[in-house]
Design a protein around this ligand. Structure first.
Ligand SMILES: C[S@@+](CC[C@H](N)C(=O)[O-])C[C@H]1O[C@@H](n2cnc3c(N)ncnc32)[C@H](O)[C@@H]1O
Length: 210
């Protein structure tokens, strides 16, 4: 039975998988402790099948990256890619982002949070499902180290305006530039949108002192 489930999901055996199994709904996960080297720690939310994640992890072996995604097929695909590339600085979580942010991470541990092309939920009655909404900055503030940064991208101009609104009115965040080399790493979704002539909207917010 188990063998069938594994082959259906094309999952890697536990010792080889980059997916960290979440075994408690209460105990926080020490993300830094999942890596062999102690180095800056960054979290990507809604990584899809990891087109950005792979480029970023390969370009920055001196940073530890945790990529989170709720869909099994996508995270499994990224698991295989990361494993094949022998990445030591990548770990994966299959989970619901909002729950993990609120309950399962240790405060003051992240150097950066990346959120690229989160589901836009365009209908007004669905806006409440958006990841970047009013509660997000305070969750991010708790988890980031001082001077930690949130990087955002979306093709949806109306969602972008909401992102700016919630962060501009958040305490202890100020807008900063997205570095050129980071912008140059485009995601699969981004490539598709850009090919249709839809530009990417970028924003970055740094946590300030005080
Ligand atoms: C539009 S895709 C973008 C994927 C990737 N960031 C990119 O730019 O190529 C959004 C991804 O976020 C995931 N996602 C959306 N909401 C999520 C949530 N609350 N928790 C975890 N993953 C989520 C979706 O399953 C999907 O894979």
């Amino acid at each position: 039975m188990l063998g069938q489930a594994l082959s259906r999901n094309k999952s890697l055996p536990p010792g080889e998988s980059l997916i960290h199994p979440i075994t408690s709904a209460i105990e926080p996960i020490d993300l830094a402790g999942l890596f062999p080297a102690e180095q800056p720690l960054e979290l990507e939310l809604g990584c899809g099948d990891g087109s950005f994640t792979m480029q970023y992890a390969l370009a920055h072996p001196d940073r530890n990256i945790v990529a989170l995604e709720r869909l099994l097929g996508r995270i499994t695909k990224l698991d295989r890619k990361g494993h094949r590339a022998g990445l030591k600085n990548l770990r994966l979580l299959r989970a619901e982002a909002a729950y993990v942010l609120e309950y399962l991470l240790l405060p003051g541990t992240l150097d950066a949070i990346h959120v690229y092309f989160p589901d836009p939920w365009p209908k007004k009655r669905h806006h409440k499902n958006r990841l970047i909404s009013e509660p997000f900055p305070s969750l991010a503030k708790r988890l980031l180290k001082d001077k930690g940064i949130v990087y955002l991208r979306t093709d949806n101009i109306e969602y972008f305006e909401q992102m700016l609104e919630v962060f501009d009115s958040a305490v202890r965040f100020e807008r900063t530039e997205t570095p050129g080399p980071l912008k140059a790493l485009v995601t699969d979704f981004e490539q598709e949108f850009n090919a249709q002539g839809i530009p990417t909207n970028h924003a970055a917010y740094g946590k300030t002192g005080g």
